[in-house]
Design a protein around this ligand. Structure first.
Ligand code: C2E
Ligand code: MG
Ligand code: MG
Length: 596
């Protein structure tokens, strides 16, 4: 009885037997026990009853006319809707073979007639309990499966969320470097399968972004980056990917048919930046430099592709603002050469391979040598004499100029001191030393110079430091400060290569310069008599009003010399007088006391 209460409704038992006496007996006993009992007199009736309503349990006689119990059982077990109904066979057949057959047919149990009512009841209850337990397990299983499915879905969405975070740039929502690299891997793989397949990587770097960021603040800088991202996204066809690689650097990945199409696309990108951005109610113009690399089967690593696009971008930047460059093999070669020279330069500093040549500077008033400019050369063990034009820019970019600059300054000061103590030069002879922009950006430059002057005991009035416009304009305020400090120590200052950089005469007076060196290119234009003397007379006149003396660089002809003299230019330097010479040679020349 206890088992039955576990069923919410009355338990439905079908009793199948062709003996009316048995049917009646079982039925009344089971009904008395609280079961709902249905009766069937033969196999067919039993199947019809099962089909009409699936019972909870079947008591099934074996020996029946037309269809025996085994057949009935097989059919019930063959139907998925009824196969779980426990069937207990009832039979007078007592031998073991029949029991085996009954279980093979799918029966759950077997009761031998004549039966004891207690046994029948016990077995019924046992199988009902078993069925209930099985159902419970099934329910639990289904529930468990639902939970697993639910949790899997939650995990998947969390994973997708994490992936999205890991692969996107939080500021702009664009793909980040990792996502770009993943995508590049996919495309490169496709290229290995289809060798004709190609795509383009455009690397964009904003020109002047730092200035905007510094002047308008980081929030505005961030807003600008978001606006740029928005503009780039609008520009793209759906297949392209735009990523932010960090800072003000963006990348576009796009499949294109031919190189011309890539270049057209790059132009289109540049054009979208022609429109101003609005930040804090101000209109801001910003340009980008673009480096392009074509991805194809020759690449096997995304990083190499990005490296080449970066090299191309570097070339685009060097070419000026708002430009694009397509990567070429030669760019890589020059980058390699750069690396090679850098390594070589480090070694050269240790091995003391730098030597100074000296070019005389002539006082145009009396025609005598008034000073010399120290010009560095690299005495390379295999390449011979290497020009500063080739290695100074690399030394600047790598920071090695700091050491080379000090070597040059120290050697130049020592050399002049030696000449002076040996009585080989007049005490008024000056030495000019070039200072690079990078050296000029060092906070301790002044101390370094004082230290060397102190070491060498050279009169500061004999030293002239040559500085280019761009070195000053990189940071005008600190430059003015350094210049004033140097000037206070009576060191002379010359503006070198005047006319090649900003060429702004108006700012000249804010820097305490003693001399102005007019660039060679202006002196060359003096030759074209018909076109007048170009800007030289104006530059000379303005320098004079500012109390600066003027040095003309690169004088090569008598005609140039004559014109400069007529303009009252103070000093001259150039091949007409002498090329830069080794120390022995320049001393021999000075000893001859030449007069031009
Ligand atoms: P710069 O300071 O303007 O030096 C003058 C350059 O013009 C020298 O080239 C000199 O040889 C060349 N020159 C002089 N007269 C004539 C002429 O009549 N015709 C022609 N065509 N050229 C003439 P150099 O020695 O090759 O030096 C090139 C540049 O390298 C220098 O230009 C200077 O900017 C830089 N440099 C040289 N030595 C140093 C150094 O020790 N430190 C730094 N930072 N830069 C240096
Ligand atoms: Mg110079
Ligand atoms: Mg110069």
């Amino acid at each position: 009885m206890t088992q039955q209460t576990a069923y919410p409704e009355q338990v439905d038992i079908l009793v199948v037997d062709d003996t009316p006496e048995n049917l009646r007996l079982l039925s009344s006993m089971l009904t008395h026990e609280g079961f709902y009992v249905r009766k069937a007199m033969n196999g067919q009736m039993a199947l019809t009853a099962v089909e009409a309503l699936v019972p909870d349990l079947i008591l099934l006689d074996i020996m029946m006319p037309d269809m025996d119990g085994y057949q009935v059982c097989q059919q019930i077990k063959a139907n998925p809707a009824t196969q779980t109904v426990p069937i207990i066979f009832l039979s007078a057949l007592g031998d073991a073979l029949d029991k085996v057959k009954a279980f093979q047919a799918g029966g759950s149990d077997y009761i031998t007639k004549p039966f004891q009512l207690e046994e029948v009841l016990a077995r019924i209850n046992h199988h009902l309990a078993l069925k209930l337990a099985t159902q419970r397990i099934q329910q639990l299983n289904t529930h468990l499966e639902d939970r697993v499915r639910e949790r899997t879905a939650q995990l998947e969405s969390a994973h997708a969320q994490l992936l999205k975070l890991a692969l996107s740039d939080p500021l702009t929502g664009l793909a980040n470097r990792m996502a770009l690299i993943e995508q590049l891997e996919v495309l490169l793989h496709r290229a290995t399968l289809t060798p004709s397949y190609q795509f383009a990587v455009l690397l964009l770097d904003c020109d002047r972004f730092k200035i905007i960021n510094d002047s308008l603040g980081h929030e505005s800088g961030d807003q600008l980056l978001v606006d740029i991202a928005h503009r780039l996204k609008q520009l793209l066809q759906p297949v392209a990917i735009v990523a932010r690689l960090g800072g003000d650097e963006f990348a576009i990945l796009t499949t294109l048919e031919c190189h011309e199409e890539v270049l057209q696309f790059a132009n289109q990108v540049l054009r979208t930046f022609a429109e101003p951005f609005t930040l804090q109610d101000q209109q801001i113009f910003i340009n980008v430099s673009i480096g392009i690399a074509i991805g194809n089967a020759t690449y096997d690593k995304p990083e190499h592709l990005l490296r080449d696009a970066d090299t191309a971008m570097y070339h685009a930047k060097a070419a000026g603002k708002a430009q694009y460059r397509l990567f070429e093999r030669s760019m890589h070669d020059s980058a390699l050469r750069f690396l090679q020279i850098e390594t070589d330069l480090r070694r050269a500093i240790q091995a003391q391979e730098f030597v100074l040549h000296y070019q005389p500077i002539i006082c145009l008033n009396n025609g005598h040598i008034a000073g010399v400019e120290a010009l560095v050369r690299w005495k390379h063990p295999t390449r011979g004499m290497v020009s500063p034009i080739e290695f100074i820019p690399i030394a600047e970019e790598t920071g090695l100029i700091k050491q080379i600059g000090l070597l040059v300054l120290r050697e130049a000061c020592y050399q002049l001191c030696r000449w002076q103590t040996q009585g080989l030069v007049s005490p008024n002879l000056s030495i000019s030393v070039n200072m690079s922009a990078h050296q000029f950006a060092q906070a301790d430059l002044t101390e370094q110079v004082y230290k060397i002057l102190h070491e060498t005991q050279l009169d500061p009035r004999c030293l002239k430091l040559e500085i280019t416009e761009s070195a000053i304009m990189g940071n005008p305020r600190s430059a003015a400060n350094i210049l004033h400090n140097l000037r206070r120590r009576q060191i002379q200052l010359s503006m070198d290569d005047f006319g090649t950089g900003y060429s702004s005469l108006s700012y000249l007076h804010s820097f305490p310069m003693d001399n102005l060196k007019i660039d060679r290119s202006f002196i060359q234009s003096l030759n074209e008599v018909s076109s007048g003397s170009g800007l030289v007379p104006i530059i000379v006149a303005i320098a004079k009003t500012m109390n600066m003396s003027v040095i003309a660089e690169g004088i090569e002809t008598d005609q140039q010399l004559a014109q400069l003299r007529s303009l009252n230019c103070d000093f001259g330097q150039g091949y007409l007088f002498s090329k830069p010479l080794e120390s022995d040679e320049v001393i021999q020349l000075i000893a001859k006391n030449p007069r031009w």
